[in-house]
Design a protein around this ligand. Structure first.
Ligand code: OYP
Ligand code: FE2
Length: 589
């Protein structure tokens, strides 16, 4: 009976596609225990097929298996996705091989030479970034609404690592003034401090751990005030500080002109170091860990502990599609030994695993929930944080949807407390999948309907909005290599005498830059095979109640989409990464 026995598979043995549908019920909706045995058997079977794996010590758990062929049949890409992925990868690699062989004849000598590897079909935003990437304006803007909006926070005090020499009293006064006004912000890359840099083809690469202090202007612009490239270390002279306007030496006008042109360049150099650090943190912490890996852990835990009759299973399942396979592919070729990271990224060859471990150790529940995360980072009332506004709004819409569904199946807090399957699921996510994340605020049990809704909202937001906000910016912000270089080939500058040649020699070489372009384009390109948030066609729930809730969800999403479109039309730089029509329903790329 189809209505009673939902089919949890979307593909069966011979590739027959079977629409899952049916009536959701919790254990308590079944007082005569008609389904109890069925549920237990199903979970037993699932635990055999969905086994926990382990990739590296100190990281959250993935699905078992080392290749996509080890995956349960239902987790594999269907033909259209498979074809699109392979063909576009093959095309990228072919171009790389052809153009790469011509590289020995030419090199990068001037910054503008990076135009050689600027994609032809670039986005309008990437074009704008190429035109004004040197501006302080755009440099600050990226912390608010760029590819990695997760690092910026409002300062509560001057950071301890910012050692100001006595002759910088003026800067200190300015910083304190902004601090008192509540308009001082910081982006601190300390997570990268002491990470072992990569060695690529016998050449040492370099990693820095910068700190940027910024001020928020009344017009909403965020402007850098000072950049420190490394934290102070015991027994070393305090690190050099780079300023947007060194005090002019009035008595030597001629010298000022000379220094001033020099100054522009070294300013640029220190900013390039920051952008390179941002590339590392963005790809590893914000994108890979907080998007891809967490989504996978939650998905494995769910498959192992919720039977397909369970309402929460039905609610979550559309948001796990293709995540296991894309992550296996990434572990096989992107962050593996001899993978893309080892080949061309300064944190490759182990540094990247170190960063993931450090980031895992400080991963909190609050930081995955925008209402808390934005409050903790002091961004709630920052009007120019478009990321913040959109994340909050999207969180609210998902939360309303979850509340709607939960309300249909749980009539009281006791119903939540008494659902043993649900409790086992929560424990499996936090304790096993996320490896003891209860220390960092993740729940091990669910005591109320509100707590359940919050947890499920976090799960859906992580698989959708969280990933989209980190994934979709790549093509815009990392296509112009100097704005987000994958590696640095010279140590951070220790003097202010820097030439354009020094900068070019620090940036990726042509081969590394080409690899960055190829993979940025491959991952960041528009996905022709995609399901947008809430638009899955499988009907996991039958019955008019759940269908009305889903309908309302889609209506809310459409309204948000429209409003962002209107807002963006009047902005100098549109912010699109959390537009519901752009956000994928699950982590698939
Ligand atoms: C899997 O054979 C994926 O080269 C991408 O990644 C690329 C391959 C395989 C390469 C296959 C091959 C899927 C999903 C992901 C993720 C998160 C981290 C993204 C990091 C992007 C790094 C860009 C590197 C630029 C140098
Ligand atoms: Fe991604």
């Amino acid at each position: 009976d189809k209505a009673l026995f939902p089919c949890y598979r979307w593909v069966q043995g011979d590739g027959i596609i079977c629409l899952p549908e049916g009536t959701a019920r919790t254990l308590r909706d079944d007082p005569q225990n008609l389904f109890k045995k069925y549920r237990e058997e199903e979970l037993e079977e699932r635990r055999k097929v969905y086994r926990w794996g382990s990739w590296k010590e100190g990281l959250i758990l993935p699905i078992a298996g080392s290749t996509q062929w080890d995956l349960p049949r239902n987790e594999r890409f269907l033909e259209d996705k498979d074809l699109d992925f392979s063909l576009s990868l093959a095309k990228g690699l072919k171009d790389l091989a052809i153009k790469g062989t011509l590289d020995f004849a030419s090199g990068v000598k001037r910054l503008e030479d990076f135009k050689k590897i600027f994609p032809r079909g670039k986005t309008a935003l990437a074009e704008r970034i190429h035109d004004s990437w040197k501006d302080d304006d755009l440099f600050g803007y990226q912390f608010l609404n760029g590819a990695n909006p997760m690092l910026l926070r409002r300062s509560k005090s001057l950071p301890a690592r910012l050692v100001l020499p006595p002759k910088m009293d003026n800067l200190k006064t300015q910083l304190e003034k902004e601090l008192r006004a509540g308009s001082l912000f910081e982006a601190d890359f300390s997570l990268l401090d002491g990470v072992k840099p990569n060695v690529i083809i016998f050449k040492q690469q370099y990693v820095a751990a910068p700190l940027v202090m910024l001020k928020l202007q009344p017009d909403g612009r965020l402007l850098p005030m000072v950049i420190q490239l490394q934290p102070p270390h015991h027994g070393c002279p305090p690190p050099l500080l780079f300023l947007p306007s060194d005090p002019p030496m009035a008595w030597l006008l001629a010298k000022i002109w000379v220094r001033s042109s020099d100054f522009q360049i070294h300013q640029l150099q220190s900013k390039i170091w920051v952008r390179s650090s941002d590339f590392q943190i963005h790809q590893l912490q914000s994108h890979l860990l907080r998007g891809h890996l967490i989504a996978e852990s939650i998905s494995v835990a769910t498959m192992r502990s919720l039977p397909s009759l369970h309402p929460i299973y039905k609610l979550l399942i559309p948001h796990f599609r293709y995540t296991m396979e894309i992550n296996i592919l990434a572990r096989r070729s992107l962050v593996s030994e001899w993978g893309i990271f080892d080949l061309v990224v300064s944190t490759g060859s182990g540094g990247h695993v170190d960063i993931l471990q450090r980031a895992t150790a400080s991963l909190t529940y609050r930081s995955l929930c925008p209402p808390y995360d934005l409050a903790d980072r002091g961004l709630l009332d920052v009007k120019s944080s478009l990321y913040g506004q959109d994340a909050l709004r999207l969180w609210g819409i998902i939360n309303r949807y979850v509340e709607g569904m939960v309300g249909l199946f749980y009539k009281s807090d006791d119903a939540v407390k008494g659902d043993t399957e649900l409790q086992a699921w929560c424990k499996e996510v936090t304790e096993t999948g996320l490896q003891g994340a209860q220390n960092r605020g993740f729940p091990v049990s669910l005591e109320s309907r509100a707590q359940l809704c919050h947890f499920v909202t976090m799960c859906i937001f992580t698989c959708t909005g969280q990933h989209a906000s980190a994934h979709l910016g790549q093509l815009d912000w990392y296509s112009w290599i100097p704005n987000g270089p994958c590696t640095m080939r010279k140590p951070p500058p220790t003097s202010k005498d820097v030439t354009e040649k020094d900068i070019v020699d620090s940036l990726p070489d042509l081969h590394q830059a080409r690899m960055q372009k190829t993979f940025t384009k491959f991952l960041g390109r528009h996905q022709p095979v995609m399901v947008a948030l809430g638009q899955h066609t499988e009907e996991y729930f039958s019955g008019s109640g759940p269908q009305a809730v889903l309908k309302q969800f889609r209506k809310d999403l459409a309204a948000m989409d429209k409003e962002i479109e209107v807002r963006n039309a009047s902005l100098k730089l549109p912010y699109e990464y959390l537009r519901p029509s752009m956000v994928e329903n699950s982590v698939t790329i």
